[in-house]
Design a protein around this ligand. Structure first.
Ligand SMILES: C[S@@+](CC[C@H](N)C(=O)[O-])C[C@H]1O[C@@H](n2cnc3c(N)ncnc32)[C@H](O)[C@@H]1O
Length: 271
């Protein structure tokens, strides 16, 4: 945690909790404010395994990125990337294939400020402040043009991200726009809060967050989440609980089944 705010962009409202800083708090990161920690403690009260859920999602990230690197992908676009905490995409990918290139995108200025610090001097990774709901501002950005070659497969990551996009903003139309921009052989990874789980703590936490000026996370059904992949072919084992997607190692699955079932996850390939 930190309250040394020299690095905080002046535009940041430090009196309202943000999803990016709350998630950082849940992951044990250092880039959150008192308001985030207070809200984080309330969320943990409502959902005692919130930290476990955040960690399991990061484990999914690691498995999905390694899967894509093994499949030959060498460039990644991580939208809603969050505050760089542990096992970021460039670290996972470049550990296997150092030539991998990564563009991070987040609309949260704190996430972007920290990503810039972490990526300083790394000429194969960059961060861009943009809103997922404006795809052209991302796809046409200078960082994307410099680091990503749209004639080669790209790994697009939208992890714990699309559930922040309200239904009235047409997340399916937005995802179609992104899918169409990618070349054949590209991959898309999504984790997304489910609406068919029994973890009432998640719902209580989401409601609490929205009540204090934070955002509302939208839980969606399996078919609705599957539709984000469109014509992409889901690799085995398809769309499953995020903890269960190609899980293999310690920490991939929680010992609390209600944590494992709160979200779906999958990876699809563009034919
Ligand atoms: C829970 S974090 C997930 C971080 C990371 N993707 C992961 O799975 O570990 C969600 C992130 O999405 C970002 N976000 C939410 N809505 C967004 C939008 N419309 N455009 C860009 N980023 C957004 C938030 O700022 C936050 O950093």
């Amino acid at each position: 945690m930190t309250d040394d705010r020299n690095w905080v962009p002046q535009s940041v409202d430090v009196s309202v909790p943000s999803p990016a800083r709350l998630y950082d708090y849940m992951l044990g990161g250092a880039h959150n404010f008192a308001v985030d920690r207070q809200m984080g403690a309330k969320i943990e009260h409502l959902m005692p395994h919130a930290r476990s859920a955040a960690r399991i999602n990061r484990k999914f990230l690691g498995r999905a990125v390694r899967f894509m690197v093994d499949a030959g992908v060498r460039q990644f676009l991580d939208i809603g990337s969050g505050i760089p905490t542990v096992a970021n995409v460039h670290e996972v990918a470049q550990a296997v294939a150092p030539e991998c290139r990564v563009v991070y995108v987040d609309r949260d200025p704190v996430a972007v400020a920290h990503s810039e610090l972490i990526l300083a001097g790394n000429d194969r990774a960059a961060v861009l402040q943009a809103d997922m709901r404006d795809p052209d501002s991302i796809l046409n950005a200078g960082e994307v043009g410099r680091l990503l070659d749209f004639d080669q497969p790209i790994g697009l990551l939208m992890l714990f991200m699309v559930h922040w996009v309200p239904t009235e903003d047409d997340p399916w139309g937005l995802m179609k726009h992104y899918r169409e921009a990618l070349p054949s052989g590209s991959y898309l990874a999504i984790t997304h809060l489910a609406n068919d789980h029994d973890n009432e703590g998640v719902r209580a936490a989401a409601t609490r967050l929205s009540q204090v000026g934070g955002e509302q996370a939208i839980e969606r059904g399996k078919d609705e989440i599957a539709a984000f992949f469109g014509e992409f072919e889901l690799v085995e084992p398809g769309l499953v609980r995020y903890a269960e997607w190609r899980s293999s190692g310690p920490g991939d699955i929680s010992d609390d089944p209600t944590v494992n079932e709160i979200a779906y996850g999958s990876v699809g390939r563009k034919p």
